[in-house]
Design a protein around this ligand. Structure first.
Ligand code: LLP
Length: 410
């Protein structure tokens, strides 16, 4: 198995396992595909950096012209540091704090996606006191079913996100009267890993109606942020999500005539398939009636299978012929939930063999943690025949050293 021109086994021998490995080429290709899907429109792709906020990944996309969708001051600092100008930053997030808003106002970001009336009033007070004007859109909750996993569905009225579309006109009217606020757009994001275009289309149609009403009410709506959410094929046998081009066609058909600047905030689609998690088999253990492939990566390195029952393809890094048999692929962490796959058909693997967990570039490294006092794992970025470690493996002291013994225990 190769990442661009490099052998995964060679990288593993040098970096040690487990590690994340990303391809520059794939990242750029995905970025370009989205841009092509919206050619002819005033368009900005704001990469949802929550999917993978390593600065090398952000900078790779920034160099192509990408903006960023951020959800915290930390993410904002990362993207600014990676070279994305404030004029290309949209700030989403369900409850921005006073400190976070102040930082964003100081930077002069392109747009705040406001999610509630209390947040609006807070932003107005702050901007006014700083002598600034915050350009805002409201995140509209269109009350549509995104038909995705319940934990990543965000556009139903029972979800905590956005302001209800039924009250949007009243909320925009109130915002227009507030000091420090300039209403410029409408925003939505109905969920993640959507594998069907219809929920998007339904939500977009609702938003078009709303924008027409808002304009009739006298608001100058010039920006339409369609959010992210386009799904990717984790299991290539069973899931064929729409292509960015099809998504773009659908979106342009529904919202194109409004003449708004179109923003999209994809995360997963850009980085998911640009990354794998490489891990080594520690032991193969024969249970009473199951065979366990125990690998050196665990739920703390990639939590998606444990958290969302997510499917990730798992393959042997060195292709081999011969019979396959079912393995439960598990990590060493002391929880049954530390399971990557059950009864997965794999070739006859043994201790020391390498496996790759595919489609791990999005919501992998960013969601990792140090449970069981396991060190965070390195991230590696490949470009042609070169690679670089873009996050190093911390020392044990870096983790344990965070604890502080109170005086009375010293
Ligand atoms: N915009 C907003 C406001 C979001 O909340 C999200 C994702 C995105 C854009 C990007 O969505 P994407 O294009 O990546 O679907 N950890 C979960 C996914 C959580 C998604 C959260 N919001 C997972 O591993 O499946």
């Amino acid at each position: 198995m190769h990442a661009e021109d490099l052998s995964i086994s060679d990288i593993a021998a040098q970096v040690g396992t487990p590690f994340y490995c990303y391809s520059t080429d794939t990242l750029i290709r995905h970025y370009n595909v989205f841009c092509e899907a919206f050619t002819g429109h005033d368009f900005l792709l704001c990469y949802a950096v929550k999917a993978n906020s390593n600065q090398a990944i952000i900078k790779t996309l920034a160099d192509q012209g990408a903006g960023a969708d951020v959800v915290s001051e930390g993410e904002m600092r990362r993207v600014l540091k990676a070279g994305i100008p404030a004029s290309k930053i949209v700030y989403s997030g369900v409850a921005k704090t006073e400190q976070e808003m102040t930082f964003a106002l100081e930077q002069g970001i392109f747009q705040f996606n406001v999610e509630s009336e209390p947040e609006l009033h807070q932003l107005s007070r702050l901007a006014d006191s700083m002598g600034k004007t915050a350009a805002i859109a409201f995140r509209i909750n269109p009350d549509v079913d995104a038909k995705t996993h319940a934990k990543i569905s965000t556009g139903k009225s029972e979800n905590k996100f956005g302001v209800p579309w039924t009250r949007a006109r009243e909320i925009y009217a109130a915002a227009a009267k507030l000091p420090g606020i300039r209403v410029q757009g409408v925003d939505l994001h109905i969920g993640s890993q959507l594998t069907d275009l219809e929920p998007f289309a339904e939500a977009f149609r609702r938003i078009v109606k709303l924008i027409e009403q808002l304009r009739a009410d006298g608001h100058d709506i010039s920006v339409l942020d369609l959010g992210g959410g386009l799904g990717i094929p984790y299991d290539r046998e069973t899931t064929k999500p729409p292509l960015p081009l099809e998504y773009g066609e659908m979106a342009k058909n529904i919202v194109g005539h409004l003449g708004c600047k179109i923003i999209i905030e994809p995360g997963r689609m850009l980085v998911g398939n640009a990354g794998i998690l490489v891990s080594k088999v520690i032991y193969v253990k024969q249970g009473e009636n199951r065979k366990f492939l125990i690998i050196d990566a665990a739920m703390n390195d990639l939590v998606r299978p444990s958290m969302y029952d997510a499917y990730h393809e798992i393959v042997a890094v060195k292709e081999r012929d011969g019979p396959t048999s079912p393995f439960d692929v598990v990590g060493p962490v002391c929880e049954t939930g530390d399971t990557f796959a059950r009864e997965r058909e794999l070739p006859d693997l043994a201790g020391g063999d390498l496996v790759a967990i595919r489609t791990a570039g999005a919501y992998g490294a960013v969601m990792s943690f140090t449970y069981n006092t396991r060190r965070l794992i390195p991230e590696v970025l490949v470009k042609g025949g070169e690679y670089a470690i873009i996050r190093s493996r911390p020392d044990y002291d870096d983790i344990i050293g965070l604890d502080i013994l109170p005086e009375w225990l010293e």
